[in-house]
Write a protein that binds this ligand. Structure first.
Ligand code: ADP
Length: 496
């Protein structure tokens, strides 16, 4: 009797496994942290073997914990930290170098020279991305240029490149399948998101041999089966998507104009734009949300650098709170921020301001200002920054957003979500299951293997934990937003 869908959630700091029941409820969850490797300032690596071993350990433990058996698993889905790059030997499966993590800045100079040589428009038009060390292309090039013999081996067809999903698929299938899905491919900066092919011109630019690349498949698709040597059972791998895209799917944002925001350390907003890739400026990225039923769904992605991190700053830097949860308790001690605004531009501002020289500002302080006002204003800054990105998305797509679905650690904060709803003037909905990333991978896998018959079938699983509706009028909103913009203006170009 099949009972569970197994979701592998391979993140930046931990490998997790969640077993979901068909109704989307969680039967078991295990998390294994693994070491971050910092060889130099600004460099970040992971050991690919540790990623693999912690991930299968998490899977095995998740099943053991509930006394389950492998025969009870319908299928398996993978979601992963995006862009992180692994290159390994096709014969032995041994990586030629550590995984270069998305955060790693080692290729910053290379990216700068690409921008100076005028490649920004070409790259944006083909891949939807900004030239940045985040994305895989320059990381692959770095490995080929810096690991002894790597380029020759790659040219002889002996090496494979993959993002973490590919690395896991390869290992799960005992080296039989070298594949990725559209959502992950769209983060490499060598995948053409319009023609849906690895782009020859970009491969030439980055000097990456095509033989290294995985086959690109729909996100909901049977990629292969786990080797008996891995789990003792041949389980279909039915769903693969990068973490943010998987969260959009897990939030059931299947329709054009549907949007989710994840309030984590930073904030990640993805808006479903359907079959249209809106290529745009102003710091938004165009990405593939998923490939499903022979169709590609695109998304616009915007991020806020400092979101929950501002709460960490209140706790660790300012020592105004003891824990992140306290922020709500203290903020509730005052009816509003008393005219105080905090712009947490600690390392510049992203969309729509896009100013690396901006720095943080606390403004509007009077003799009556207390720590409660500052805490409240810091929480409110998370909502303002989210609203800025959403209004940019509305502007470039011409789509009016009617509701925001939320998840991430700080989405537990009711005061934040209630203010978010007031500032946007639309409902904000927090689902019961906040493990939306893993859930998205499980849903994609469940669709491919027949556990679910349709998107409607999946949507029926969705339960609302709480709906926050706006309690303020447009005049209040306009005044608040104009004050916020004034505060942001004070923060811009500060460290230039
Ligand atoms: P990540 O995946 O980026 O590590 P999480 O989704 O786990 O982040 O969220 C953690 C972040 O959310 C932290 O920055 C923390 O300060 C913030 N956070 C957690 N709980 C709350 C809360 N109740 N109110 C406000 N912020 C919170």
């Amino acid at each position: 009797m099949k009972k569970y869908i197994m979701a592998l959630d391979q993140g930046t700091t931990s490998s997790r496994c969640i077993l979901f029941r068909k109704d989307g409820s969680i039967a078991s969850m295990v998390q294994r942290e693994f070491p971050q490797i910092f060889p130099k300032e600004g460099w970040v690596e992971h050991d690919p073997m540790t990623i693999w071993s912690t991930e299968i350990a998490a899977c095995t433990e998740a099943l053991l914990k509930i006394g389950g058996s492998w025969d009870e698993i319908y299928c398996l889905g993978i979601t992963n930290q995006r862009e992180t790059t692994v290159v390994w030997d096709r014969k032995t499966g041994i990586p030629v170098y550590n995984a270069i993590v998305w955060q790693c800045r080692r290729t910053a100079d290379y990216c700068k020279s690409l921008s100076e040589e005028g490649y920004a428009d070409l790259i944006k038009n083909k891949t939807g991305l900004l030239i940045d060390p985040y994305f895989s292309a320059t990381k692959i090039a770095w490995i080929l240029d810096n690991v002894e013999g790597a380029r020759e081996r790659a040219e002889r067809g002996e090496l494979c490149f993959g993002t973490i999903d590919s690395w896991l698929i390869w290992n799960l299938t005992g080296g039989k399948v070298h594949a990725t899905d559209y959502s992950n491919a769209s983060r490499t900066m060598i995948f053409n998101i319009k023609t849906l092919e690895w782009d020859k011109e970009l491969l030439d630019l980055f000097k990456i041999p095509e033989s290294m690349l995985p086959e690109v498949k729909p996100s909901s698709h049977i990629f292969g089966y786990t080797a008996k040597s891995v789990f003792g059972a041949e389980i279909p791998i039915g769903g693969v998507a990068g973490d943010q895209q998987a969260a959009l799917f897990g939030q059931c944002r299947f329709e054009v104009g549907e949007l989710k925001n994840t309030y984590g350390t930073g904030a990640f907003m993805l808006m479903n734009t359907g079959e249209v890739p809106h290529i745009t400026d102003g710091g938004l990225i165009t990405t593939i949300a998923w490939g499903l039923d022979g169709k590609i769904t695109y998304a616009l992605e915007g991020s806020v650098f400092v979101c929950g991190a501002a709460i960490q700053w209140l706790r660790d830097g300012m020592k105004l709170i003891e824990s992140a949860q306290d922020s709500e308790y203290y903020a509730n001690k005052v009816p509003d921020s008393g005219g105080v605004l905090v712009v947490p531009a600690f390392s510049g501002l992203g969309a729509p301001w896009w100013d690396p020289y901006a720095r943080g500002v606390i403004i509007g302080i009077t003799r009556a200002t207390t720590k409660y006002h500052i805490i409240r204003a810091t929480l409110e800054s998370m909502a303002y920054q989210t609203a800025d990105v959403i209004s940019l998305m509305e502007k470039v797509t011409g789509i009016k957003i009617s509701e925001l679905a939320v998840d991430g650690g700080a989405a537990q904060n009711n005061l934040l979500l209630s203010f978010q709803s007031d500032i946007l003037g639309i409902p904000v909905e927090r689902p019961e299951c906040v493990e939306t990333t893993a859930l998205g991978a499980a849903y994609l896998a469940g669709l491919a293997s027949g556990v679910y018959s349709s998107l409607e079938d999946i949507r029926r699983n969705r339960k609302t934990d709480r709906l926050f509706t706006p309690e303020r009028d447009a005049a209040w909103r306009e005044e608040k937003i104009s004050k916020w913009k004034k505060a942001v203006a004070r923060s811009l170009q500060w460290s230039e």
